[in-house]
Design a protein around this ligand. Structure first.
Ligand code: ADP
Ligand code: ZN
Ligand code: ZN
Length: 735
């Protein structure tokens, strides 16, 4: 009898939505080739890395055509079965190529030929000299003294990654201590000995207690909770109370945050409370740090895994709790390539692992509120701000006809003066970088527009250039009109302009502008935040960077400079987003002992959005938005998928959508609602015209079933070669 050889079905990092069949390099190798193993393979003329997804004895290609793999990279699977299943599910749900999904879930070195064993971790121990050393002898090198003191108190070895979590940039100090013979590398370590949980400085209030109890009761069940509480109502304390119990049970917590670089304080709170191995996952880390942390999560050593969107793919040996903070945040949806929602994936993981998921927000998304209404998520409410903080006072400021200083009205300027006189801090919010948004000719009406996007350039004064905020192109500033040589005018204000106006009005105030332009350098944001905390800054001007999760206890006045943007957008989510932003900004104010005021400059003081938000609050406002969505059969009352296409010629993009639509009509036979081709909100970007087809259905299953069939057809369309196309499941951003 001839035994069938083992066929390996392998994923590679390609947008092709299929697996590739290979044979093992040797027959003896077959035994160890299980799913999740990485292998080096020949592919065309290149050598690539592949991941074995499954094995069988069948291939749709003739056997003599199959190539052998070069070799196996790791003896162990990089993904265990559970994680592999999750990734396969995601590939299926988002209709995205399995190879790209798997590779996106790996740290960069593992997308290349680096073996897992290259990252076996160093463990640092004291030598006898190190144990006996008088710390005063290290006075001149305080960082070394700190580390040595830590090791002396601890009296056992510790992983390098744990040390660098506690003492960022510790590596040079470690090398120096090693040179002095005070510490040495060792191979031994006890994975559980690095667990010390510090006491919370205060008792949880009653609401926090009942929220905590509710979650604790369903610790080993799949259940989703919305932790709904104003900024400063103590959500993070609830997370930490729950994490404590999960870690004590020997399990791991995965926490997603919208930003980490911007919120070092929040990370620090977790570090202060939990002296455990913490794995950080965000793009600001070096590849080797990130990989080390990833492996610590996978092995179960790290008890806390904390990161931004892509951290949702971190494998866990022993999951106990999933948390997503600021769950409404748009950054949780990837907007290009593999367009997944980290929130939905987190919920999916919790459900599969049968542990709780907590969605925290002061401004929950409509989707989440809807799921609460449906009874799918449990609602935990924290109404009160903690003892020391008071809710802010809102003031809608009608600026029609008011004297203006650039973008700032007289009453706002007066108010700023008063708060500064009282030695308080002021925060002004404008979600637009640069100096001016339009440059146009006063004589003939010519406008400075990016010709790749057909949208106005923003003038950036500090570099004296025009910048396209959509594609990044820049060009020199113009003094005169290229058409008629007339004089040019600047219109529309950005953060640079506010800074200039304030500097003239308040020459003795210290002003900080905090936007993407001023925070490009590595520690810039950290330094700003420290300066704000210590009271060195009087007025800060910020974009939405400042809306996220910061504590500014001495800010007593927040000005929303241009509240009208977004009131009249055609994006059906615009009102929801505007309301969220509005509440988030206001939440920056009066978080300390002092009460805060929020001034909203508007030309539309009667707009129902403001009226409802201020009078009745966010939840009431959302109820009426949900009613509107329901009436219009929009998500969450229906499910959406976009087919997007972009091309250098508008007609190519349009034709492609038309043909693809015909295919789908044939398959779905009126089961789906189709709208298109319609131009994207930003119709042209980076030189490409953008069109889309909106596909909608109240029935998610039917929607996905039809899309899956349709994709094979689209791939075979001749017109598909002329465009860049993509599928976006549950789209969040319709621009
Ligand atoms: P959120 O995460 O909802 O913004 P935090 O958990 O950060 O709120 O709490 C806001 C502030 O209130 C923090 O400084 C925190 O230390 C403090 N705090 C939270 N809970 C309590 C409590 N039960 N008693 C006293 N202070 C508290
Ligand atoms: Zn002109
Ligand atoms: Zn452009």
């Amino acid at each position: 009898m001839i035994t069938q050889p083992l066929i390996l079905h392998i994923a590679i990092a390609t947008p092709l939505r299929r697996l590739f069949d290979y044979l093992p390099a040797t027959t003896s190798e077959s035994d160890n080739l299980m799913p999740g193993i990485r292998v080096a393979i020949p592919f065309g003329h290149r050598d690539l890395i592949g991941i074995v997804v499954s094995t069988s004895n069948k291939s749709c290609r003739p056997q003599d055509k199959l190539k052998k793999i070069h070799h196996v990279i790791d003896a162990q699977p990089i993904f265990d079965d559970n994680h592999m299943d999750l990734l396969k599910w995601a590939s299926h749900y988002y209709h995205h190529a399995i190879g790209e999904v798997l590779f996106a879930a790996l740290p960069a070195p593992f997308r290349k030929n680096n073996a897992i064993t290259e990252f076996d971790e160093k463990i640092w121990c004291l030598t006898e000299n190190g144990l006996a050393l008088d710390l005063n002898l290290l006075k001149k090198t305080p960082k070394q003294a700190q580390i040595l003191s830590f090791l002396q108190q601890r009296q056992s070895g510790i992983d390098e990654s744990a040390l660098t979590t506690l003492y960022p940039r510790a590596k040079p100090s470690l090398a120096a201590l090693e040179n002095k013979g005070l510490i040495a590398k060792s191979a031994k370590h006890d994975p559980n000995d690095f667990i010390k949980i510090n006491m919370s400085p205060f008792e949880l209030n009653n609401e926090q207690k009942s929220a905590t109890t509710a979650v604790l009761k369903s610790m080993d069940r799949a259940s989703v909770f919305l932790l709904d509480g104003l900024t400063g109502s103590g959500k993070t304390e609830v997370y930490m109370a729950l994490m404590e119990s999960v870690i004590r049970a020997g399990k791991q917590c995965l926490i997603l945050l919208p930003e980490i670089g911007l919120t070092p304080q929040q990370l620090q709170r977790f570090k202060d409370r939990f002296e455990v191995s913490i794995a950080i996952q965000h793009s600001g880390l070096s590849d080797s740090e990130r990989t080390q942390y990833w492996l610590n999560a996978k092995s179960g050593k790290a008890k806390i895994i904390i990161g931004t969107r892509s951290a949702v793919w971190t494998p866990l040996a022993n999951p106990g709790l999933y948390i997503i903070d600021e769950e409404h945040d748009l950054s949780y949806k990837q907007q290009d390539g593999f367009r997944y929602s980290a929130k939905d994936m987190l919920i999916m993981r919790a459900t599969r692992d049968k542990v709780p998921a907590i969605l925290g927000s002061a401004t929950p998304s409509l989707e989440t509120l809807y799921n609460v209404k449906k009874g799918r998520f449990k609602h935990l409410l924290l109404c009160r701000r903690t003892a020391t903080a008071k809710p802010p006072q809102y003031r809608l400021l009608d600026i029609r006809g008011r004297k203006m200083y650039g973008p700032l009205s007289q009453p706002l300027v007066d108010e700023i003066t008063q708060h500064l006189n009282n030695k308080n801090q002021v925060l002004l919010f404008l979600n637009r970088r640069g100096y001016a948004v339009h440059l146009f000719c006063h004589c003939c009406g010519w406008k400075a527009e990016c010709n790749r996007c057909e949208l106005p350039y923003t003038y950036h004064k500090h570099i004296d250039r025009l910048v396209c905020h959509h594609c990044g192109v820049t060009k020199p500033y113009l003094q005169n009109c290229p058409e008629c040589d007339g004089s040019l005018m600047l219109m529309g204000h950005g953060t640079e302009r506010i800074e200039e106006v304030l500097a003239a009005l308040f020459p003795s105030a210290v002003i900080a502008r905090i936007d993407r332009d001023t925070t490009r350098k590595k520690n810039a944001i950290h330094n700003y935040l420290a300066a704000i905390q210590s009271g060195k800054i009087d007025i800060m001007i910020g974009t939405q960077m400042l809306a996220k999760g910061h504590h500014f206890p001495n800010v007593t006045l927040t000005g929303i400079v241009d509240a009208d943007r977004g009131l009249f957008s055609t994006d059906f989510r615009a009102s929801e987003r505007l309301a969220q932003l509005f509440m988030q900004i206001s939440g920056r104010t009066g978080r300390g002992r002092k009460a805060g005021t929020v001034i909203v400059q508007t030309y539309n003081p009667g707009h129902p959005l403001f009226q409802q938000l201020i009078k009745y609050g966010y939840n009431h406002f959302c109820n009426s938005l949900l009613q509107e969505r329901s009436d219009a059969s929009l998500p969450p009352y229906s499910y959406m998928v976009f087919l997007r296409a972009e091309a250098h010629y508008a007609n190519d993009a349009k034709n492609f959508i038309v043909k693809a639509t015909m295919q789908l009509k044939k398959i779905a036979n009126n089961a789906l609602l189709l709208f298109g081709p319609i131009p994207a909100l930003i119709e042209k970007r980076g030189g490409r015209y953008r069109y889309q087809l909106i596909i909608q259905s109240p029935d998610r299953k039917s929607l996905h079933k039809h899309i899956a069939r349709w994709l094979d057809d689209i791939e075979s369309l001749k017109d598909a070669k002329k465009v860049r196309w993509s599928i976006d499941v549950d789209p969040q951003d319709i621009t």
